[in-house]
Design a binder for this molecule. Structure first.
Ligand SMILES: NC(=O)c1ccc[n+]([C@@H]2O[C@H](COP(=O)([O-])OP(=O)(O)OC[C@H]3O[C@@H](n4cnc5c(N)ncnc54)[C@H](OP(=O)(O)O)[C@@H]3O)[C@@H](O)[C@H]2O)c1
Length: 281
C-alpha cells in the first residue's frame, strides 16, 4: 500500500493497468511519486486493482478505455490531457490479448481483433497523443511487445504479426521525431500473469487456463522493475525473461534457419516447454 501526501511533478498514463505488467507498473510509479492515469476496458477490475495498491487517490485518474472502441479515443485523450494539464511524461501501452490457434482454423474476426487491440488501437492513440508531445518537445511511449515481436512461432500468426507491427511503427516514429521523442519497446518472454487465460482460441473463446510457459515465467513485478531501469537508462529496446526463453531472439538474429528448424522440430515432438511451444508465450 502506498500513501500519497504531496503533489507529484510528473505524470504517467498506463493503459492495461488492471492486471499483470500494467498493474505492477502502477505500483512502481506510485513509489516514484508520479501523478498516474490508469486505463483498461473492465472498469470494475481496474478499480479493484487501484484499491489494492493505493489508498489516497488524490493524484490518480481512473479512466476506463476499451481498445476495441476507437470512436471513444479522441474524447478520452482530451480528458486525460486536461487532467494532466497538458503534460504527460510517459504513456505506457501494456494492454494486449493473445491467440492460440493455427491460421487455417482461426476465424478471421479473431485475427482482426488481435490486430485491433494489440496494434491498430495504439497507432490511433499515438496519432492523438503525439501533438501534445510535439508541443512540449518531450514525451515517451513504452510499448509492450514480446519476443514474438522478434520471431514467429506456430499458432501465433495474429499475435506475432501484431507485435512485429509495433516495432516497424514505433521505430519509424522514433526516427521521425528525433531527438525529443523517446520510445522503449519491451520484448518479454514468459511472464506469470493472467495473459494465457484470456488468450483466444480459433473461435474467439478464451483459453481459460494457464500455460506452462507463463507459469514458469518471470513475475510481473520483476518485469516492471526492469522496465523502470530501462526508462532511467533511456533504452530504445529491451528483451527480458529467463535465458532459455530469450535465446530465440539471439538465434533468430544470427542463425535464422536454425531457429526455424528448432521451432519446427519442437512443435512436431510436442515438447511442452521452449520458445517453440504452440501453447505458450
Ligand atoms: N504474459 C506474458 O507471458 C507476456 C509475454 C510477452 C509479452 N506480453 C505482453 O505484455 C503485455 C501485458 O500483458 P500481461 O501479461 O500483463 O497480461 P494481462 O495480465 O492479461 O493484462 C492485460 C491487460 O490488458 C487489458 N486489456 C485487454 N483487452 C483490452 C481492451 N480491449 N481494452 C483495454 N484494455 C484491455 C486488460 O484489462 P481489462 O481486462 O480490464 O481490459 C489487462 O489490464 C501485453 O501486451 C502482452 O502481449 C506478455
Amino acid at each position: 500500500m502506498t500513501n500519497r501526501h504531496f503533489m507529484a511533478s510528473k505524470t504517467v498514463w498506463i493503459i492495461g493497468a488492471s492486471s499483470g505488467v500494467g498493474k505492477a507498473l502502477l505500483y512502481e510509479f506510485l513509489n516514484r511519486d508520479y501523478r498516474i492515469i490508469v486505463s483498461s476496458s473492465d472498469a470494475q477490475k481496474l478499480q479493484a486493482a487501484v484499491r489494492e495498491v493505493v489508498y489516497v487517490e488524490k493524484d490518480l485518474l481512473v479512466k476506463p478505455l476499451n481498445l476495441e472502441q476507437p470512436d471513444t479515443f479522441p474524447d478520452i485523450v482530451d480528458e486525460v490531457f486536461r487532467w494532466a494539464e497538458g503534460s504527460i511524461e510517459s504513456v505506457i501501452f501494456s494492454a494486449g490479448i493473445g491467440q492460440r490457434s493455427s491460421f487455417v482454423d482461426l476465424e478471421y474476426w479473431v485475427f482482426e481483433r488481435v490486430m485491433q487491440v494489440n496494434f491498430m488501437s495504439y497507432t490511433y492513440l499515438t496519432k492523438l497523443i503525439l501533438p501534445y508531445f510535439e508541443a512540449a518537445q518531450a514525451g515517451r511511449f513504452v510499448v509492450l511487445s514480446s519476443v514474438q515481436g522478434k520471431f514467429g512461432i506456430p499458432n501465433r500468426t495474429a499475435y506475432a504479426a501484431s507485435k512485429h507491427a509495433l516495432h516497424g511503427f514505433f521505430d519509424s516514429l522514433r526516427a521521425e521525431n528525433f531527438p525529443w521523442l523517446k520510445v522503449l519497446l519491451v520484448c518479454p518472454a514468459y511472464i506469470n500473469t493472467e495473459f494465457a487465460f484470456h488468450a483466444m482460441l480459433s473461435n474467439g473463446n478464451e483459453q481459460a487456463k494457464q500455460d506452462k510457459g507463463q507459469a514458469h515465467g518471470i513475475s510481473p513485478e520483476e518485469c516492471a522493475e526492469d522496465i523502470l531501469k530501462a526508462i532511467d537508462k533511456n533504452k530504445r529496446e529491451i528483451v527480458m525473461g529467463k535465458w532459455q526463453q530469450r535465446i530465440g531472439v539471439w538465434i533468430k538474429r544470427f542463425f535464422p534457419a536454425l531457429l526455424e528448424r528448432i521451432v519446427r522440430a519442437r512443435v512436431k515432438k510436442k515438447v511442452d516447454q521452449s520458445i517453440a511451444n504452440p501453447s505458450d508465450f
